[in-house]
Design a protein around this ligand. Structure first.
Ligand code: FES
Ligand code: FE
Length: 447
């Protein structure tokens, strides 16, 4: 029996006990509410501006399960259009990316301009007697479209706050940590694969530095990377140390190892092949401290822009929902236009070997998420919530530059922050309600 929407969603996230009810990971009613209250309302990452530099360039993306076309119209304005003809609903664009002058529906031939306007209707004169009001039957447009430092987002909800407000200091910092590394462009081709898991478990994992030494033991044994067991003597100090978790508006968070000045000193002496050396950019780039601020300078973890955009290394990953128990993973790889071809290839090589369908890591992760998702379906297993109490009651809240964060040993505060925000989004009927009722990051005390 579906029971997911029967009670307030906050009841599924127990703040006192730090637990999350398993029902939210496979229940159809919960899932459908997520599509409505989270994906159809949030700012969703579409693409990078480097993917659609010229008028007519387009890239096909998703908002929830719905196909949308991110494009640039004749005036060079960014447009995000629902990829569904207004006549019988057929897709008007089937290619994943390209350049077009217009979008012709292959069913009966209605044609739409790059700005979504209906510009051509076969039989307009004879069959419609020139009575069809074309101005009313354009493609459905996003409520708002905007880009921040080249990263293009869209929301279907015109009541949503502007992008910069939605991102807030933590969302902006999440993008700054990647965007400020160079003059970035996205490498052609997005890696896509599906994993049979709930999208939230995939998001949850991006903050999880607890699993690596166990889940990825075989990957590390292969020598592909230094062993990450925090207690291993081979583990570099910057892994064993303190973790910084940053908690922002509407569920954005950053979680992972803190990048201290001593850690950067050590990295200076690491071989150039160590991919963590990329952290040195924050020391080497003039003005980085002003852009990132004191909190950001030491935030070395993984950012997630709520709901599903993870920025890691030189990659952006989307965890796209395709049903309560199917997630499509998209990997975009970015390179600095100003470095040599060899250096760009090195970045792509590293990216491909970390995550994605051919990576060392996500194969292991996917198996776990699949099993975790299956076990949320069982009528017995469902009686028992999942545990998120690692570090609970031990993290002193700090606040600087308008940002709330904790510096603690490995913990689950970023994951739990995400679920608390999830409940806020799910219980709020509209944007004004979400703005009023959302959980505000603490400014003092203990988490
Ligand atoms: Fe598009 Fe009929 S469905 S023209
Ligand atoms: Fe992993």
């Amino acid at each position: 029996m579906l029971r997911g929407a029967d009670k307030p969603f906050h009841d599924y996230v127990d703040v006192a006990r730090h637990t999350v009810d398993r029902i939210i990971f496979s229940d159809q009613a919960v899932y459908e509410m997520e599509l409505e209250r989270i994906f159809a309302r949030a700012w969703n990452f579409m693409c990078h501006e480097s993917q659609i530099p010229k008028a007519g360039d387009f890239f096909l993306s998703f908002i929830g399960e719905e196909s949308v076309i991110a494009t640039r119209d004749k005036k060079g304005e960014l447009q995000v259009l629902l990829n569904s003809c207004r006549h019988r609903g057929n897709a008007v664009c089937r290619a994943e990316a390209g350049n077009a002058r217009s979008f012709l529906c292959t069913y009966h031939g209605w044609t739409y301009g790059l700005d979504g306007q209906l510009i051509g209707v076969p039989g307009y004169k004879d069959f419609y007697h020139e009575q069809l009001d074309k101005s009313q039957w354009g493609l459905v447009k996003a409520g708002k479209v905007a880009s921040y430092k080249g990263f293009v987002f869209a929301t279907m909800d015109p009541e949503a706050p502007d992008l910069e407000e939605f991102l807030g200091p933590v969302g902006r910092l999440s993008i700054d940590l990647l965007a400020e590394r160079g003059d970035l462009m996205i490498v052609e081709g997005v890696q896509k694969n599906q994993i049979t898991c709930n999208w939230k478990l995939a998001v949850d994992n991006l903050f999880d530095f607890y699993h690596a030494s166990i889940s990825h033991a075989s990957a590390y044994m292969s020598g592909f990377r230094a062993i990450r067991n925090p207690n291993s003597p081979q583990t570099p100090d910057y892994v064993r140390s303190i973790f910084r978790v940053v908690m922002g508006e509407y569920g954005h968070a950053i979680g992972g190892p803190k990048v201290t000045s001593e850690a950067l000193d050590k990295l200076e002496n690491e071989p150039d092949t160590n991919p963590r050396k990329r952290d040195l950019w924050r020391r080497r780039k003039p003005g980085a401290r002003e852009i990132l601020g004191e909190v950001g300078m030491e935030a070395g973890g993984h950012p997630n822009i709520f709901p599903n955009m993870w920025l890691t290394g030189n990659q952006v990953c989307l965890r796209l929902p395709k049903g309560p128990e199917i997630t499509e993973i998209w990997w975009f790889t970015l390179v600095d236009k100003s470095v040599s071809d060899e250096q760009q290839e090195e970045v792509v090589h590293n990216a491909n070997h970390n995550f994605g369908p051919a990576g060392f890591l996500e194969q292991d992760d996917g198996e776990n998420w699949d099993q975790s998702t299956r076990a949320t379906r069982g009528s017995i297993a469902r009686r028992y919530p999942l545990n998120y109490e690692m570090g609970a009651g031990f993290a002193a809240v700090k606040r600087a530059e308008g940002i709330t964060y904790v510096d603690e040993l490995i913990n689950e505060h970023a994951q739990f922050w995400t679920y608390r925000a999830w409940a806020d989004w799910m219980d709020a009927e509209n944007w004004p309600a979400l703005k009023t009722a959302r959980t505000i990051p603490l400014t003092e005390g203990v988490l």
